[in-house]
Design a protein around this ligand. Structure first.
Ligand SMILES: NC(=O)c1ccc[n+]([C@@H]2O[C@H](COP(=O)([O-])OP(=O)(O)OC[C@H]3O[C@@H](n4cnc5c(N)ncnc54)[C@H](O)[C@@H]3O)[C@@H](O)[C@H]2O)c1
Length: 436
């Protein structure tokens, strides 16, 4: 099947190569000429494990191509995926102008039946709105072309996007057209996952509600962690005990410095804004956001309490990306910790296996180290912000020898207390040992 994917960001490029693996012929479209130039050379402009080698293989096989021209991509495509960004507007609502531009352009160029599939995360009613936009363009051209709009939200997680795309927990297809439903079944014929056939509006809500519950689990555990800190209870043990209950499940129960990334913060905001516009006060979401906003400040306050003051202290910050295995810095907790550390008078030497340059540009005062050992040189304290695998394998004795102080702040509850303490260091975690 010939498929066009519009937008070659984290979602678009992963969608393209994973559909390519299923035997489809793909064309990726992006308005960013630099991105397209790199992709044509087999260079992945982002960091996402496993994706670059698939691009190279599929380019060589001729089953994957890239272009900046939607007009060029559309004629042959039977299915057109929209995977452009939907960032937050200042009022919390999603900015749909990228989706709008793509819909209008599709209406300007299509000449035969197409299934238009929205993968971007969008508010309830967007599929209908996209249909209207395309219809208006067709009317303006005085042509009649059949098409269907399907809502097919994406649930992949950056850092393991390929794995998620290959083995999704479920595929949600929101469509009111039998013809489009059959086409989409062919698209996903070789994926072993339950398919939920529903309306486009239901599909759009499934995506927002899914991200909102995951974000809420994180904020809930961060609140529990703060209570644990007062009561000398270890929240990691609590999470383990809770997670074995099948009604709760083990995922997204780890307390830490809060969630970040390009999805949870904006999607919780968007769902809250949707509630506001419908006159429905989504108070759980308001608290989910508030707890998340406050969490980096709480971590810094704990560090100040433990160290007396942060004034003049040297902090080794481990991890900048919003989570491991990605270069994505959107809403990364590190970007919230850095100004707080600076405001408290600390100097910071940071390290990350992948992403450093954009942080250096934004915070010129931050020193960048090649690795954790260099970052720890003369440091009063180490602060773990992103739990990259390399940080979990650190030789803490080597770190201890290089440090001036002896404190390790684990803002992700990811380190082994025993290993840190065996090196003669003092451990602090979020609602774990050391917290009070
Ligand atoms: N990143 C994730 O983990 C993730 C997971 C699930 C869902 N989503 C959703 O998927 C959507 C895309 O997210 P992303 O992280 O891939 O975004 P992104 O910012 O990485 O990529 C979006 C791409 O769209 C391109 N683009 C914008 N306008 C265009 C146009 N008119 N024509 C062609 N290309 C255009 C941009 O140049 C960019 O490369 C968002 O709605 C997001 O909420 C993201």
């Amino acid at each position: 099947m010939k498929i066009a994917v519009i937008g070659t960001g984290y979602v678009g490029i992963t969608t393209s190569v994973s559909l390519g693996e299923l035997g489809h012929e793909l064309i990726g479209v992006d308005i960013d000429p630099e991105k397209v130039k790199k992709l044509k050379q087999g260079i992945l402009p982002i960091y996402e494990p496993g994706v670059e080698s698939l691009i190279q293989r599929q380019l060589a096989a001729g089953s994957l191509t890239f272009t900046t021209s939607l007009k060029e991509a559309l004629p042959d495509a039977e299915v057109i995926f929209i995977a452009v960004g939907t960032p937050s507007l200042p009022n919390g609502e999603p900015d749909l102008h990228y989706v709008e531009a793509v819909a209008r352009e599709i209406g300007t160029h299509i000449n035969d039946y197409k299934v238009i599939v929205n993968k971007s995360t969008v508010p309830v009613g967007t599929a209908d709105w996209v249909r209207d936009l395309i219809e208006r363009e067709l009317e303006r051209r005085h042509v009649k072309v059949e098409f269907d709009v399907v809502s097919n939200p994406e649930f992949l997680q950056e850092g393991k996007a390929l794995e998620d795309a290959r083995h999704p927990d479920r595929i949600v297809l929101g469509s009111s057209s039998q013809r489009a439903k059959q086409t989409m079944q062919t698209v996903y014929a070789n994926v072993n996952a339950p398919i939920i056939h529903t309306s486009p509006r239901n599909a759009e809500m499934i995506k927002y509600a899914s991200n909102a519950i995951l974000a809420t689990k994180i904020s809930f555990m961060n609140d529990i962690a703060k209570l644990c800190a007062h009561l000398s209870v270890d929240v990691s043990e609590v999470a383990k005990g809770m997670g074995l209950d099948q009604r709760i499940g083990p995922h997204f129960l780890r307390a830490g410095v809060g969630y970040g990334g390009s999805c949870f913060p904006k999607d919780v905001e968007a769902l809250y804004a949707l509630g506001q516009s419908a006159g429905q006060e989504m108070s759980i979401l308001r608290d989910t956001q508030r707890i998340n906003r406050e969490q980096p400040g709480w971590v810094i306050a704990q560090m100040e309490r433990e160290l007396g003051s942060l004034k003049g202290k040297k902090i080794a910050l481990l991890g900048l990306a919003f989570k491991p295995n990605t270069d994505d810095l959107r809403e990364a907790p590190s970007l919230k910790l850095l100004p707080l550390l600076h405001a408290a008078g600390a100097t910071v030497r940071a390290t990350d296996p992948i992403v450093t340059d954009p942080v250096k540009e934004q915070f010129p005062k931050v020193g960048i180290a090649a690795d954790a050992y260099e970052a720890a040189l003369d440091a009063d304290a180490v602060l773990l912000c992103t739990e990259w695998a390399s940080f979990l394998k650190i030789d803490w004795k080597r770190i201890r020898e290089r440090m001036k102080g002896d404190r390790v702040f684990d803002a992700r509850n990811a380190l082994s207390i025993e290993k840190v303490e065996a090196a003669g260091l003092r451990y602090w975690g979020v609602g774990r040992k050391g917290s009070a």
